[in-house]
Design a binder for this molecule. Structure first.
Ligand SMILES: [Zn+2]
Length: 293
């Protein structure tokens, strides 16, 4: 009798446990973030877009504006952003970010041109993300969405660089020695956003992190993410979820997207090289901290 009661309780608890396990991501939402944290708030594909929006605000302390957050079309982008925030949530990154930038605004918009995101340009003290463009990028490189999102957030993270805090002094010394990281960025601020963005988005295409970039990798690991890393050690085989898109489904879009990325990066590099004097971007920010992708 006792054993039977125990069995019934165990079965009941098992059913409860199974019902509490969130639905796995759908096949069209590949996990693109190697998880540094045991998922604290696992992504639940059964949640409505409105629930995901309020969940991001409640779980990680952001204010979300713009109509695209609630638009089912952009579920893959919102899912990547959710996965990214959950993956970094056990590191010191978000607390440090909020200490510098307060409740950061995330604005889902369409910026135009080739810029997929910015901090403080489209809207002061806010990370603006070009959702239509990111959805296009997502088709061939879902990791790019995570990289871009972290890159822009990291401009808010480094807004205190003018006071030369310890992490910035250390990074500046590294940058003076090692210079640019990958093909994009011609300033210490852009390079900082890039070394942090690719550190999280290990599976982004053309990730420059190889053992030859160990200095940047070790710096970001120790001084930004509290020793946590997103995937195996540098140089070890990295297993990324393959895109769920059937081969060839986006063959025609792929060439156009690749061309667009190249054009966009060329334009962004030009903006970064020319700086605010020509484009006047700084005048759009009240914080003095602004950058385009
Ligand atoms: Zn940037």
């Amino acid at each position: 009798m006792f054993a039977r009661v125990v069995r019934v309780v165990i079965v009941a608890l098992s059913v409860l446990a199974i019902s509490l396990v969130p639905a796995p991501a759908r096949a069209d939402e590949p996990v693109v973030i190697p998880d540094a944290c045991t998922a604290v708030h696992p992504y639940d594909a059964a949640q409505s877009m409105a629930a995901l929006q309020s969940g991001i605000e409640a779980n990680w302390g952001f204010t979300l504006t713009g109509k695209y957050w609630a638009d089912e079309t952009y579920r893959p982008i919102v899912a990547v952003i959710w996965h990214t925030l959950d993956a970094i949530s056990c590191t010191p990154y978000l607390d440090a970010l909020h200490a510098k930038a307060g409740v950061l605004g995330l604005y889902a918009t369409s910026i135009g041109g080739w810029v997929a995101g910015d901090y403080g340009l489209t809207r002061a003290d806010t990370v603006s993300l070009d959702f239509p463009q990111l959805l296009t990028n997502y088709q061939t490189d879902p990791g790019h969405v995570s990289r871009l999102f972290v890159h822009e957030m990291t401009h808010a993270y480094s807004r205190d660089r003018g006071t030369n805090p310890a992490y910035w002094a250390d990074f500046s010394a590294l940058y003076a020695k090692n210079g640019r990281f990958g093909s994009y960025g011609g300033s210490s601020s852009e390079t900082f956003s890039e070394v942090v963005g690719y550190f999280v988005a290990r599976c982004a295409a053309n990730n420059p992190y190889t053992p030859s970039e160990a200095a940047y990798y070790d710096f970001v690991k120790a001084e930004v993410f509290g020793g946590k890393e997103f995937g195996p050690a540098l140089g070890q085989p990295l297993s990324c979820e393959p895109s769920a898109n059937p081969p060839g489904a986006y063959a025609s879009a792929s060439a156009a997207v690749q061309a667009a990325i190249q054009d966009r990066e060329a334009a962004a590099a030009e903006i970064a090289a020319n700086g605010a004097e020509i484009y006047g971007y700084e005048s759009l920010s009240t914080s003095g901290a602004s950058d385009s992708d």
